[in-house]
Design a protein around this ligand. Structure first.
Ligand SMILES: Cc1cc2nc3c(=O)[nH]c(=O)nc-3n(C[C@H](O)[C@H](O)[C@H](O)COP(=O)(O)OP(=O)(O)OC[C@H]3O[C@@H](n4cnc5c(N)ncnc54)[C@H](O)[C@@H]3O)c2cc1C
Length: 432
């Protein structure tokens, strides 16, 4: 069963066209977008890129902004787990860019950014080269598929979905659990940190459990987590799983969720539907591998990825690359620890980065940041839990302000309702 991007768009009945890698959406010949004045180019129309583009135009309308997006629409990962749980439509996670562009005078280029000519200060795209004075990259993540033996980047996700870039993969997972027999086994693997959305895998587990409790109660979810423990809100997730899904930390054979820590997938047999952690191999009816991650490819093709060969070191005030001057990196691709790789963090970093890019372009001193993050995780369709923090820069590092946040005191119906407001607000902010 496969759902590619074309059938996905059909499935959604969306009218938006496809702008896949390598297929220019508008006809821009090489080098023919001459700069009229000062220009910032932004790569990536997701949580970070849309906001960076918008806030530069809002802060200084004399600066020209070009936003490069490889698709004409964007599908939000936040709240995509709820689609798998069966109580949200993926259409509600989608935005397009027309209003954003019109409201703020942002020039959209629907193309794949292939590389950056750092010397000439040009982004080379599938639609042509685009010159910049400053460049902001917010490309999100790519996967380290090569760390799992037997994983073929092209074919494996058609059978074994990751669902870590929302869209066809999300719908595939939902279809697979719908097709699974009662008494089936869902296998799920959690990658080592850092990865996109620390609580995301545990929300995904909850959503699988929510579905099978109501529809296939003889089934089971076996989780292999490469980390020492649940990496976000461990107490609240365990409490929620015990309350709703019969989870028992002392006897994992009870209940719907069997959770194993320190268990890292090393091999997959796609035909045999088994995964292997070097100690044992287990067979599943549905397998959801969330592969280990790294910055999106354009970061590698711009020279901004650090020595770890995964993520991009940046100045914590301006988000300017520590390796290539004039290029800023925000969102999942950058290193801003202890901020999580979240949509809310990308939004916050985008505002700080935009403001400071404007400061720098106007010969002014950068302004120290204040960031905020809240992550909502649904345990059921009615109850959610949250983690939040406020961050600032201190001595060149980002720190969480002591006492500024924490986790919600309990499972909460109110948090679940606030969450619905959060996603509506943030997607509206990105698209208008
Ligand atoms: C299941 C799941 C649940 C999540 N839940 C939450 C949540 O509840 N709250 C939260 O805050 N975060 C959540 N997240 C995390 C959130 O999705 C990411 O942290 C966020 O998307 C990062 O923003 P970004 O701008 O770095 O990347 P993205 O939002 O992924 O945007 C990157 C964009 O750049 C485009 N792009 C990449 N390369 C190129 C290129 N070369 N040329 C042109 N375009 C390019 C991509 O197509 C994409 O549109 C969740 C993630 C997952 C997987």
């Amino acid at each position: 069963m496969t759902i590619n991007r074309r059938s996905f768009i059909k499935l959604l009945g969306a009218s938006a066209g496809v702008g896949l890698a390598g297929a220019p959406m508008i006809s821009v010949a090489a080098d023919i977008m001459p700069k009229k004045g000062r220009r910032v180019v932004v790569v990536g129309g997701g949580f970070g890129g849309t906001i960076a583009a918008k806030y530069i135009r809002m802060s200084d309308p004399t600066i020209e902004v070009v936003l490069i997006s490889e698709n004409k629409d964007f599908v939000s990962c936040p709240f995509s787990n709820l689609v798998i749980g069966g109580f949200r439509d993926l259409k509600d996670n989608m935005i397009t860019y027309e209003k954003l562009a019109a409201n703020h005078g942002i020039q959209m280029v629907y193309a794949h950014a292939e590389s950056v000519d750092v010397g000439a200060k040009k982004v080379v795209t599938s639609a042509g080269a685009i010159a910049y004075d400053r460049l902001i990259l917010s490309p999100g993540i790519d996967f380290r598929f090569d760390e799992i033996e037997g994983y073929d980047a092209k074919t494996t996700p058609e059978v074994i979905a990751h669902g870590w870039k929302a869209g066809p993969q999300t719908l595939l997972l939902r279809k697979q659990i719908e097709s699974m027999k009662d008494g089936g086994t869902i296998l799920m693997t959690v990658p080592p940190t850092p990865y996109r959305c620390p609580p995301g895998p545990y929300e995904r587990i909850s959503m699988f459990a929510h579905y099978i409790k109501a529809n296939k109660p003889k089934s089971k979810i076996i989780v292999w987590d490469a980390n020492e423990d649940i990496t976000s809100k461990p107490g609240l997730f365990r409490k929620g799983w015990a309350k709703h899904y019969g989870y028992d930390a002392k006897d994992s054979s009870k209940g719907l969720i069997e959770y194993h820590n320190n268990s890292k997938i090393v091999k997959v047999d796609v035909k045999g539907m088994t995964i292997d952690n070097g100690v044992e191999a287990v067979k599943g009816d549905v397998i959801n591998i969330i592969p280990p991650q790294k910055a999106g490819a354009i970061a590698f093709h711009s020279g901004v990825v650090g020595e770890d060969k995964k993520w991009c070191p940046v100045d914590q005030i301006t988000f300017e690359s520590k390796l290539v001057p004039g290029i800023h990196v925000i969102g999942d691709a950058c290193i801003a620890t202890p901020m999580p790789k979240s949509g809310y963090a990308a939004n916050s970093q985008a505002k700080v980065c935009a403001l400071n890019v404007v400061q720098l372009m106007n010969g002014k001193a950068p302004i120290p940041p204040s960031h905020v993050n809240v992550c909502y995780s649904y345990i059921t369709d009615k109850e959610a839990v949250t983690v939040s923090a406020v961050y600032k820069e201190k001595d060149g590092k980002t720190i969480a302000i002591p006492g500024s946040g924490g986790v919600s005191p309990d499972l909460s119906e109110l948090e679940a309702r606030y969450g619905m407001g959060w996603i509506k607000n943030i997607l509206t902010e990105m698209s208008s």
